[in-house]
Design a protein around this ligand. Structure first.
Ligand code: SDX
Length: 427
C-alpha cells in the first residue's frame, strides 16, 4: 500500500524529494524526515523544536488549540477532580486505572518504598542551610543511582516497575528533607500510616517525635481539604508530553545512562523559570506588583520588546488557549479561598492581570494565556508551603511522568541516541 507522502521541490536545483506522512491516532500527522539529509544533503532547522516531533508516544495527548490534556486518553479534569494522584500514577505507569485491590497494593508499596538510605542524610547535611531545595533534590536523586546501581540495566517489566515506584516514592521524602534542612530542623521520617500526599505534608510540618502543629482552624493535624488540594496539584503536574524536562530525561536515557541520573537531569531542567521554576517566580512577581493599581505598569513592561520583563505564568509553547490545568486550579482557588483563607490580595492582583491581559491585543495576537504556574502558587502558599518548595512540588507530580516517558523510550525499538545537527556559521 503506497503511503501518503509530502513532496518537496528544491528551487535551487529543481530536485524533488518525497517524505512519508505518518498519521497520529489524535492530533497532527508527522512528516518522517529521517532520510532528509540523505536525500537533500541539507539539515532541517527548528530552534527549540517548535515544529518537531521527537518520538512516538501513547502516554499524554495535548490539544494546544483547544486547550485539552489527556493522560492515557482520560481528560485531566476527570483525573484531577475524580481520582487520586496515586490512581493517576498507576494509570500512567500501567496504562489503565487501578482496580481497588491494585490501588491498595500500589499505595502500600509506595509507602514502604518512601524511606531513603541513612547515608543520604550526610549528603543533604553537606549542603549549606541556604541551599535551594531543587539543588538538593537533583543531587539526592542522582545519588540514588549509587544506592540502586542494579537499575542501570533494567531487564524486564517488573524491574522497570520497581525502578519507577522507588523513584516516585522517594522523591517526596528527599524534597521534605531538603525543606527541613533549609530550616535547620531535624528530618521527619515518612509515616506509613498516612497516604502519599498527607505523608508529604506531615514530613514538612511535624515536630520531632511526629507531633503536629495546630492547623489553620486549630484542630487536628492536617485537614482533609489540604490533602485534596495538594493531591489535585500533583495530578495536574504528572505529565505533559515532550516538554523541556521530559525531553532532557529522554535524551539522557538515550545514552544508556542510569535511569535515576536521567530523572535528576529532568529535575535540573525543570528548575528554570521559563519552565517549572515559573511557579516560584509568579508569586514573587505578584508580591512585587504589590497592588492592583500597579498592574497596568507591569503589563506595559511585559509588552515592551526592549524590556526583558515577562509575565510569569503566562504563555506556553503548546497551549494557544487556556491551559486546562490552569482552569482546574482556578476553580480550586475559588473553592478553597474561604476554607484555606487564600491570600485574597495576591488573588486579586492575579485576576486583574488575567482580566487585562486576556483583552489586550499584544497577548491575544500571541495567544498568551495563563498556564499551570499562574494559579498553583496561591494555593501552595495557603497550604503553608514556602516558595522555594513550589518547584519541588512540581517535581513530585512530574516524577511519574518522567519515569513513564523514560520507560516508553527504553521499550521503543525505534529509539536512538539523541544527536541533532547544526547550522554551522563559524570560520
Ligand atoms: C511550564 O512545555 C511544557 O509543557 C511546560 C509545562 C509542563 O507542564 O511541562 O507546561 C510547564 O513550563 C509552563 C510555562 C511556565 N513558564 C512561564 O510561565 C514563563 C513565562 N512564559 C514564557 O517565558 C513563554 O511563554 C514560554 C517559555 C512558556 C513559551 O515560550 P515560547 O513558546 O518559546 O514563545 P516565545 O518565547 O517565542 O514567545 C512568543 C512571543 C514573543 O513575543 P514576540 O517576539 O513575538 O514579539 O510571545 C511573547 C514573546 O516575547 N511572550 C511573552 C510571554 N511569553 C511569551 N510576553 C510577555 N510575557 C510572557 N509571559
Amino acid at each position: 500500500m503506497n503511503k501518503d507522502t509530502l513532496t518537496m521541490i528544491n528551487n535551487r536545483t529543481n530536485e524533488q524529494y518525497e517524505f512519508d506522512i505518518l498519521d497520529a491516532t489524535r492530533g497532527p500527522s508527522v512528516v518522517d524526515i529521517s532520510s532528509f539529509y540523505k536525500q537533500t544533503g541539507m539539515f532541517t532547522y527548528d530552534v527549540g523544536y517548535t515544529s518537531t516531533a521527537s518520538c512516538r508516544s501513547d502516554i499524554t495527548f495535548i490539544d494546544g488549540e483547544k486547550g485539552e490534556l489527556f493522560y492515557r486518553g482520560i481528560p485531566i479534569e476527570a483525573l484531577a477532580t475524580k481520582h487520586s494522584f496515586l490512581e493517576t500514577c498507576y494509570l500512567l505507569l500501567n496504562g489503565h486505572l487501578p482496580k481497588r485491590a491494585e490501588l491498595i497494593n500500589f499505595d502500600l508499596e509506595l509507602r514502604h518504598r518512601s524511606f531513603i538510605d541513612e547515608n543520604l542524610h550526610r549528603l543533604i547535611d553537606a549542603f549549606p542551610d541556604s541551599a535551594h531545595p531543587m539543588s538538593i533534590l537533583a543531587s539526592g536523586v542522582s545519588a540514588l543511582s549509587s544506592f540502586y546501581y542494579e537499575h542501570l540495566n533494567v531487564a524486564d517489566e517488573q524491574e522497570y516497575q520497581d525502578m519507577a515506584r522507588r523513584i516516585v516514592a522517594k522523591i517526596p521524602t528527599l524534597a521534605a528533607f531538603a525543606h527541613r534542612k533549609s530550616l535547620g530542623i531535624p528530618f521527619i521520617y515518612p509515616d506509613i500510616d498516612r497516604s502519599f500526599t498527607e505523608n508529604f505534608l506531615y514530613m514538612l510540618r511535624a515536630y520531632p517525635g511526629g507531633k503536629m502543629r495546630r492547623t489553620v482552624d486549630g484542630t487536628g493535624d492536617i485537614m482533609p481539604i489540604e490533602v485534596e488540594a495538594l493531591d489535585a496539584i500533583f495530578t495536574l503536574h504528572a505529565d505533559h508530553e515532550q516538554n523541556a524536562s521530559t525531553t532532557t530525561v529522554r535524551n539522557v536515557a538515550s545514552t544508556g545512562a542510569h535511569p535515576y541520573v536521567a530523572i535528576s537531569a529532568g529535575i535540573s531542567a525543570l528548575w528554570g523559570r521559563a519552565h517549572g521554576g515559573a511557579n516560584e517566580s509568579v508569586i514573587a512577581q505578584l508580591e512585587m506588583i504589590g497592588d492592583v493599581n500597579n498592574v497596568d505598569k507591569f503589563i506595559a513592561k511585559a509588552k515592551d520588546p526592549n524590556d526583558e520583563f515577562r509575565l510569569m505564568g503566562f504563555g506556553h509553547r503548546v497551549y494557544k488557549n487556556f491551559d486546562p490545568r490552569a482552569k482546574v486550579l482556578k476553580q480550586l482557588q475559588d473553592q478553597l479561598k474561604d476554607e484555606l483563607n487564600l491570600d485574597s490580595k495576591l488573588m486579586e492582583i492575579a485576576h486583574k492581570i488575567e482580566e487585562i491581559a486576556l483583552n489586550d491585543e499584544y497577548f491575544i495576537k500571541r495567544n498568551l494565556y495563563p498556564n499551570i504556574d499562574f494559579y498553583s502558587g496561591v494555593i501552595l502558599t495557603a497550604l503553608g508551603i514556602k516558595r522555594p518548595m513550589f518547584t519541588p512540588i512540581f517535581v513530585i507530580g512530574r516524577s511519574v511522568g518522567w519515569v513513564t516517558q523514560l520507560m516508553e523510550f527504553r521499550n521503543d525499538k525505534k529509539s536512538k541516541i539523541a544527536r541533532p545537527r547544526q547550522l554551522y556559521i563559524g570560520e
